[in-house]
Design a binder for this molecule. Sequence first.
Ligand code: NAG
Ligand code: NAG
Ligand code: NAG
Ligand code: NAG
Ligand code: NAG
Ligand code: NAG
Length: 336
Amino acid sequence: MAMPSRATSLTLLSAIAVALLSIQLMFEDDTPLIKCFLDLDYFSSFKSSWISRHRHRKRPGSYDSPCDDFPPDFPPPDTDTTSFFCVDRNGCCNFTTVQSAVDAVGVLSRKRNVIWINKGIYYEKVTIPKTKPNITFQGQGLDTTAIAWNDTANSTKGTFFSASVVVYGVNFIANNISFINVAPIPNPGDVGAQAVAIRVGADQAAFWGCGFFGAQDTLHDDKGRHYFKECFIQGTIDFIFGDARSLYENCQMISIAPPVAAGLKFVDGTVTAHCRTSADENTGFAFVNCSIGGTGRIWLGRAWRPFSRVIFANTFMTDIVAPEGWNDFSDPSSDK
Ligand SMILES: *[C@@H]1O[C@H](CO)[C@@H](O)[C@H](O)[C@H]1NC(C)=O
Ligand SMILES: *[C@@H]1O[C@H](CO)[C@@H](O)[C@H](O)[C@H]1NC(C)=O
Ligand SMILES: *[C@@H]1O[C@H](CO)[C@@H](O)[C@H](O)[C@H]1NC(C)=O
Ligand SMILES: *[C@@H]1O[C@H](CO)[C@@H](O)[C@H](O)[C@H]1NC(C)=O
Ligand SMILES: *[C@@H]1O[C@H](CO)[C@@H](O)[C@H](O)[C@H]1NC(C)=O
Ligand SMILES: *[C@@H]1O[C@H](CO)[C@@H](O)[C@H](O)[C@H]1NC(C)=O
């Protein structure tokens, strides 16, 4: 597969720029997000000049290589309970792609398999199969480490297959890393442009300090029990969707839907689309101590199926949330 071009990276950067703008509008806070991704993009194109200008001064005569700053004695040796796999896009350790490290994890391993991923944007589609439980993705920060791809519903014959990262292995953990779909942001009325950043389709997944960047259908919170702590989730329409049973704590949801002129009633985004189909299902999304901001005018959720269940508790919301709050997805039977 060809690596997405610089044009695609620019789409990513503009998406993140909009997100950053929204955060600043919301919190008047100076987050380093855009700056770091810009640095990374620059890094990939002008690696050597970047290194020589930014690195700390070396002893005279020492050789400058991108691996000089690599932690010594890394990765640590495997233990009875944990295996380590190291990914670095510059080839400073065993693996240069995340998928090749996933492929190296033992089938049905009962150990915790920590895939340590160095700073950088990894342009690849990654699948964690059902046969690979207990994998941890350890990034270096949601603003410095990311996995990105650009499939869409059209390019994969269905939204569900468009995800940049797919998790089918149980017990998955991600720390301090971002999941991104850099497909073009759809214009209103576009068909087939849904572009998922991650599909979480296995039980017992946890995300700590992670970023999820996309527009329509960013985070496919598909099925199983999931926990999200201090995560950043960007989108436009249905940006958290699926039939999982999930708890989101201290997370920020940022809409990048186009701004709606004052006085217009038009709604152009929605945070959630939960998919509970019957009263027997124990699924739902609970958001506690979160915040919602950004641009556009959005609903908190629309009922994808008649028994959709979403709760926002102690959540700060800007006035981009439409006063009616929710939408029945054109199915009045869902209103009850
Ligand atoms: C993804 O990016 C590549 C490289 O820029 C491009 O050729 C391809 O058409 C893109 N895919 C989609 C679905 O937009
Ligand atoms: C990774 O590299 C180390 C040496 O740095 C080696 O001992 C180890 O076997 C390698 N692991 C894999 C899975 O290739
Ligand atoms: C690995 O996954 C299995 C279930 O597939 C679970 O029983 C076991 O406790 C897990 N091990 C670790 C270290 O998480
Ligand atoms: C994530 O990054 C933050 C900030 O650098 C750090 O304090 C925290 O320990 C990291 N957490 C994990 C689980 O990697
Ligand atoms: C998706 O495919 C349909 C049918 O070929 C086409 O009409 C539509 O414009 C495509 N959407 C995008 C975003 O390319
Ligand atoms: C609520 O979230 C904010 C920001 O994410 C955090 O600083 C604060 O500690 C959280 N409060 C509780 C009670 O967890």
